[in-house]
Write a protein that binds this ligand. Structure first.
Ligand SMILES: Nc1ncnc2c1ncn2[C@@H]1O[C@H](COP(=O)(O)OP(=O)(O)OP(=O)(O)O)[C@@H](O)[C@H]1O
Ligand SMILES: [Mg+2]
Length: 259
């Protein structure tokens, strides 16, 4: 008997368009974009460089507003940033004058949580991202991968309903990037959250996603959608993985392929 599964939509992007006004005139970056993210789903937005990915994340985060259409979180229009939507940025964005611990507990501190409570909570996420022993290190003392781990722990520490991750591993070397993908897969499996993850790397997309939304070149709109049912952790060189990679790469224009 088929089990009934209640699907709860967390983020809903409805006919969203975004046009920037620039000195050169109007710049249309997103056009008629429609997708939704379900509770605890790992959704990947896969699109070429400069197609409008960060703009989409910024609209979901509430940093930017849609020009047309609407972005909804739990059915309500997104109008400003909210702690229920945590962001891990494309460029590493830690406070350089704070230790790893202080960076991670920052959100709780501004919420007024007392020091003992927030450190206990922050420690859980520092441990989860594998940074035990580096609590007192300053960002300058950490490698790129470690800094992004702090960024992930910081976002998780606020217990957001949805995590928005904008190419968090884009600046890392290939080896560190693979390691971080494995780590994130492990973290997501142990602390389920709705994740909207942006990348322009097809392997990363298939390795992590429950579902991949393939975006077009700018102005970004949905080109195609793929549900990825491969068991986790995924084997990057399995026949199924490589076949999917070939299929998805096959629908892209040559201008959409990475490097
Ligand atoms: N505030 C802004 N004003 C005007 N144009 C903007 C603004 N923000 C972004 N753009 C333009 O929108 C387009 C898409 O930018 P965006 O950063 O969303 O793309 P992206 O897919 O995230 O790029 P990348 O792959 O480099 O991360 C670019 O041409 C960019 O110059
Ligand atoms: Mg971007």
């Amino acid at each position: 008997m088929e089990q009934e599964r209640k699907i709860k939509t967390i983020i809903d992007c409805v006919n969203v368009g975004k046009v920037f006004q620039t000195p050169e005139g109007e710049h249309e970056v997103v056009r008629n974009l429609n997708f939704s993210a379900e509770e605890n789903e790992f959704l990947v937005l896969f699109g070429p460089g400069q197609c409008g990915k960060t703009t989409i994340i910024n609209m979901i985060a509430g940093f930017e507003s849609a020009t047309t259409g609407k972005m909804l979180a739990d059915g309500k229009k997104i109008e400003k940033p909210d702690v229920s939507r945590g962001v891990v940025f494309q460029s590493i964005s830690l406070f350089p004058w704070m230790t790893a611990m202080q960076n991670v507990e920052y959100g709780l501190k501004i919420k007024g949580v007392n020091k003992k409570e927030r450190q206990k909570h922050a420690q859980k996420y520092i441990d989860l991202v594998g940074l035990n022993g580096f609590e007192k290190s300053f960002p300058v003392q950490l490698s790129g991968g470690m800094k992004q781990r702090v960024g992930i722990a910081r976002a998780y520490c606020n217990e957001p309903e949805v995590m928005l991750m904008d190419e968090p591993f884009g600046a890392l070397d290939a080896q560190t990037r693979y390691m971080m993908q494995e780590e994130l897969q492990r973290i997501w499996s142990s602390e389920k959250r709705t994740v909207i993850f942006v990348t322009n790397n097809i392997e990363e997309a298939i390795y992590l996603a429950d579902r991949i939304i393939v975006l077009t070149n700018c102005p970004a709109t949905v080109k195609k959608e793929y549900r990825i049912d491969l068991p986790r952790p995924r084997d990057l060189v399995s026949e199924e993985f490589l076949a999917l990679r070939k299929e998805i790469t096959g629908i892209l224009d040559s201008s959409q392929l990475e490097g």
